[in-house]
Design a protein around this ligand. Sequence first.
Ligand code: UD1
Ligand code: MG
Length: 453
Amino acid sequence: MTSRTCLTVILAAGEGTRMKSSLPKVLHEIAGLPIVGHVAKAVQGAGGSDIALVVGRGADKVETSVRALVSNITVHEQVERLGTGHAVLAAQSAIEAGYDDIIVVFGDTPLIETSALEMAREKLAGGSDIVVMGFRPDNPHGYGRLIEQDGRLIAIREEKDASEAEKKIGFCNGGLMALRGDSALALLHMIKNENAKGEYYLTDVVEIANSQGKSVVAIEISPDNVIGINTRLELAEAEAIWQNRKRREMMLAGVSMQAPETVFFSHDTVIEADVTLEPNIVFGPGVSIASGTVIHAFSHIEGASIGANASIGPFARLRPGANLAAKAKVGNFVEVKNAKIGQGAKLNHLSYIGDATVGADANIGAGTITCNYDGYNKYHTEIGTNTFVGSNSSLVAPVSIGDNAYVASGSVITENVPADALAFGRARQEIKEGRAVQLRARYAALKLSKKAE
Ligand code: UD1
Ligand code: MG
């Protein structure tokens, strides 16, 4: 990566009315991260760590959310929406601070890849004054066309201003641009609004730079990179592309998937090599999984850290704060929340373990529930190492079960169980010989007498 300094201007003053949402467009999420967060992540990867975000009037929500996601950010309001060239100048105070490179990206193009931005910055480092990121869409209608001559980009013509010949050009403006910091402001200020839309087009900076003898080039990036989100349909399409990229990346990094198209990752999912993911798994944010673990089908995992060689599911739900050591087993219809599960511990069937610590090698029987909530407050359950909790037990927190203790099946445990003890929390069974015969006779007689009435 280059040592040149870089400011990225993210344009996000659009209103996003076509999303039909009370949430600003750039805050809609892909893989659990707002659209604009994806953009910020990509530019930070390319060394564009200082960000100037241009927002529309009163976009406080956008500002608050983006500030929570990235540091080194200044926010600029574009009060009137007079075009992309005008929008970049809203960030003038940030640009004036002086950077080697200025990158301009759109806040609603979440699939931009770090490599594309790096490529543009390399061109600047190589002596270009402006680098435009072009692509070849299936249908170029609506995009600015890139007019090249002898390997140089001489102009970008917007659809509405293009001649019939220019409209035939398939190489289009993706909207993203990199400019040399020392000449950017002067060139941007020369942009006029004499065009079909009466807007200040950022794209006009290309012709202006050429007239000043500057070097302008276009690089070609894949169409995925510049997909803009305007509707929920496009949001879902972008999600699908993102998920496919992530699946590919995961598999190439050593993660096995039988039906990758049914596994959904979060933007921050971390999975080591030699993990196997069965079909139909959904990851929420904050998941890490160590090598050798198998996640069986139909599991939902969020905010969980899973050690090596563990086995999860099928049909398991790991919620935030689930922290599983190596070789832990969490089986079908088991929910774990805010709980530390020790090495080799087994929670194999139909359980809820919340706000708890389960020691190594403990065996938690089918149907065991930690009763952690009284409607007002949450309480902790401590389960020692090598304990055996019999099936269908309720552990009423706060409560602790000592190491190597044994809890009889069907117990309701309300008091602490010492280490090595056996706890019965249920009524003892009584046997009444022959009593079933008497009961049957009595009930049959009752039925007969009712019919006779
Ligand atoms: C722009 C390009 C076009 C390119 C296309 C790619 C210009 C003049 N045209 O056209 O060459 O092919 O993107 O998608 O740049 N914005 C502001 N303030 C404004 C205007 C726009 O912040 O005053 C923001 C929008 O929120 C959006 C981005 O800039 O994120 C692009 O604006 P948009 O109106 O979508 O430009 P296009 O007409 O699509
Ligand atoms: Mg657009």
